[in-house]
Design a protein around this ligand. Structure first.
Ligand SMILES: NC(=O)c1ccc[n+]([C@@H]2O[C@H](COP(=O)([O-])OP(=O)(O)OC[C@H]3O[C@@H](n4cnc5c(N)ncnc54)[C@H](O)[C@@H]3O)[C@@H](O)[C@H]2O)c1
Ligand SMILES: O=CCCC(=O)O
Length: 501
C-alpha cells in the first residue's frame, strides 16, 4: 500500500471562486447568523481550517422556515413543466461547475478528487431524473360505484420540507432529496452536516444562477445548535415533512420529535450489509465487487459491505486476492492525483475503526493487511480474517475501511447469519447458480440486493431500507429515494368525489 499523507498538497485553484460560499442561504440572500457567531470547517486531510460558516440557531431556522412557507404556494402552483425547466437548468449548472464542486467536496470531506467528481456527477443524475419525473406526477380516475359520479385522485405537494443530511456524500444526499421535493412542488430548508456545509452552499449558489425563486431553497448551517435546530424542524407547524439521512439513532429521535405535529417522515438510516461469496462464484469478479462495495468513500457509506461471508473452500484464496488488491491502494491527500483513498472524516471515526479492529484482534481475528491508524485522520485500509459473530463488527456498522471476512459452510447457515441484524438496508452475494440467485435474493431481509455486483446505487433504482420475513420494517429507514417511487415521499393524495354529473 503506498502512502502519501503530505499535508502540503494544494487544492486546485477554483475556476469560479464565488462557488465557495461562506454564508448561509435564506430567501435567496446570503446571510450570517443573527447572533453573528460562526464555526470553523476543517479539512480532514490536513486538519487545517478551510473557512468559517454561520453558527445558526433556532431563531435563524425559523426565518428559513418562514421563507420556505411564503414561497410554497407560488412554487406549488407552477406548472410541472416550469419546475422541470428550473431543475434542468440546475442540472446543467452542476455539470458545468463539476470541477469546482469536486474541489469543495474533497476539501471538506477528504475523499479523493476522482471520487468527488464521481459523486458530483452521481448527484446531478438525481436532478435530471426528478426534473423529468416532475412531469409524470399523474393522478387517477377510479371507476365509481355510483351513477353520474366520478372519483378523482389528485397528487399534491406536501408543503415545506426539512432536509437533514450527512457528511459522507455531502452533495449527492442533498440532490437526491432536494430534486424530488422540488419536483413534487415542495419548498425546502436544508440542514447539512456541520462537517460539510460548503457543498450544500455551492448548490444553493447554482440554484440562484438557475433562476429559482426566493424561498424555494434555503440552507441553514449549524454545529453547536444541531439539537435545537433539529427539534425546531420537527415541531414547527409550518414544516410538513422531515426527510433525514444519517444514523439510526438520530433517525429514531427525529421520528419521536416529529410525532407531536404528526409530521410525515422519511428516513434513510444505517446499514450493516452482508456480502456473501458462494463457492460457485467468479472469484475475480467477487473481489472487484467487494473492493468497490467495501472501500468506496473509505467504507463510510451506508450500503458498504460490513460483514463479508466467504464459503470455506474458497476462503483462503478470496482473502489473499482481496488483500493483494488492497495493497495496491494509494492512501493520501485527496488532491494528490495518485491518491485512490483519502482520510476518514475525523478522529471520532478513526477511534471507532480502531476500536473495531482491536476488539476483533483481541477475540482472535488476524490482520492480513492494514489494521492501524497513521497520522491525523488517516487509517490504513484493512483486511481481517477469522472473524466470528462475537466480535463487535458483526453487530455494529463500522463505517470505515475494514473488510471483515467470516467463513461459512452452507447456504442455510449463511442466510441465518446474514439476516441476523436489526439493519436491513443492502445485501450482496456472488453465485453463478441461477436457482440460488433467486432464492438468496428473495431471502435477504434488506431493501436493496446486489447479485454478482457490489455497486447498486443509481438514480433509476429505489434506494432505501427493507423489512424482515414478518414484514416488520428493520432499522434502516422508511420510504424510498431516487427512482419513479422517490417523488411519492413528497406527495399527498387528495380524493375528489364528484357527484351530480
Ligand atoms: N440510508 C442512507 O441512504 C444513508 C446514506 C448516508 C449515510 N447514512 C447513515 O448515516 C450515518 C453516518 O452519518 P452521520 O454520522 O453524519 O450520522 P448522524 O445521524 O450523526 O448525522 C446525520 C445528520 O443528522 C444531523 N443530526 C445529528 N443529531 C441531530 C439531532 N439531534 N437533530 C437533528 N439533526 C441531527 C447531523 O448534523 C447530520 O446533518 C451512518 O449510520 C450511515 O449509514 C445512511
Ligand atoms: O451512505 C450511503 C451511500 C448513499 C448512496 O450510495 O447513494
Amino acid at each position: 500500500m503506498s502512502r502519501n499523507f503530505a499535508t502540503e498538497i494544494k487544492s486546485p485553484k477554483f475556476k469560479d471562486p464565488s462557488l465557495f460560499c461562506k454564508s448561509a442561504f435564506i430567501n435567496n440572500e446570503w446571510v450570517n447568523a443573527k447572533s453573528g457567531e460562526t464555526y470553523s470547517v476543517i479539512d480532514p486531510a490536513t486538519e487545517n481550517e478551510i473557512g468559517k460558516v454561520p453558527e445558526m440557531n433556532v431563531e435563524d431556522i425559523r426565518e428559513a422556515i418562514k421563507a420556505a412557507k411564503s414561497a410554497f404556494k407560488e412554487w406549488a402552483n407552477l406548472t410541472a413543466k416550469n419546475r422541470h425547466d428550473f431543475l434542468l437548468a440546475l442540472h446543467s449548472q452542476i455539470l458545468e461547475n463539476q470541477n469546482d464542486l469536486a474541489t469543495i467536496l474533497t476539501l471538506e470531506n477528504g475523499k479523493s478528487y476522482n471520487e468527488s467528481l464521481g459523486e458530483i456527477r452521481y448527484g446531478a443524475t438525481f436532478v435530471e431524473w426528478f426534473a423529468q419525473e416532475s412531469r409524470r406526477v399523474y393522478g387517477d380516475v377510479i371507476p365509481s360505484p355510483f351513477k353520474n359520479h366520478k372519483i378523482i385522485v389528485e397528487k399534491q405537494p406536501i408543503g415545506v420540507v426539512g432536509l437533514i443530511t450527512p457528511w459522507n456524500f455531502p452533495s449527492a444526499m442533498i440532490t437526491r432529496k432536494v430534486s424530488a421535493a422540488l419536483a413534487a412542488g415542495c419548498t425546502v430548508v436544508i440542514k447539512p452536516a456541520p462537517e460539510t456545509p460548503y457543498s450544500a452552499l455551492a448548490l444553493a449558489e447554482l440554484a440562484v444562477r438557475s433562476g429559482f425563486p426566493k424561498g424555494v431553497i434555503n440552507v441553514v448551517t449549524t454545529d453547536k445548535h444541531i439539537k435545537e435546530v433539529g427539534l425546531e424542524l420537527c415541531t414547527n407547524l409550518d414544516v410538513k415533512k422531515i426527510s433525514f439521512t444519517g444514523s439510526s439513532a438520530v433517525g429514531k429521535l427525529l421520528m419521536e420529535q416529529s410525532s407531536s405535529t404528526l409530521k410525515n417522515i422519511s428516513l434513510e438510516l444505517g446499514g450493516n450489509a452482508p456480502f456473501i461469496i458462494f463457492d460457485d462464484a467468479d472469484i475475480d469478479s467477487a473481489v472487484e465487487g467487494a473492493i468497490a462495495c467495501k472501500f468506496r468513500a473509505m467504507g463510510q457509506a451506508c450500503i458498504a459491505a460490513n460483514r463479508i461471508y466467504v464459503q470455506s473452500s474458497i476462503y483462503a484464496e478470496f482473502a489473499s486476492r482481496l488483500a493483494d488488491k488492497v495493497s495496491g491502494f494509494q492512501v493520501g491527500n485527496g488532491f494528490d492525483p495518485k491518491t485512490t483513498h483519502g482520510p476518514l472524516i475525523n478522529q471520532r471515526a478513526v477511534n471507532k475503526v480502531t476500536r473495531h479492529v482491536e476488539d476483533a484482534v483481541a477475540k482472535g481475528a488476524e490482520i492480513l493487511i492494514g489494521g492501524t491508524k497513521h497520522t491525523g485522520n488517516f487509517f490504513y485500509p484493512t483486511v481481517l480474517t477469522n472473524m466470528t459473530k462475537e466480535m463487535v463488527i458483526t453487530s455494529e456498522e463500522t463505517f470505515g475501511p475494514i473488510a471483515a471476512l467470516y467463513k461459512f459452510e452452507t447456504e442455510d447457515e449463511v442466510m441465518k447469519l446474514a439476516n441476523d441484524s436489526p439493519y436491513g438496508l443492502a445485501g450482496y452475494f456472488y453465485s453463478r447458480d441461477i436457482g440460488r440467485c433467486w432464492r438468496v435474493a428473495n431471502a435477504l431481509e434488506v431493501g436493496m440486493v446486489g447479485v454478482n455486483t457490489g455497486i447498486i446505487h443509481n438514480c433509476e433504482a429505489p434506494f432505501g431500507g427493507g423489512s424482515d420475513i414478518f414484514i416488520n420494517i428493520k432499522e434502516s429507514g422508511l420510504g424510498r429515494e431516487g427512482s419513479k417511487y422517490g417523488i411519492d415521499d413528497f406527495i399527498d393524495l387528495k380524493y375528489v368525489s364528484m357527484g351530480g354529473l
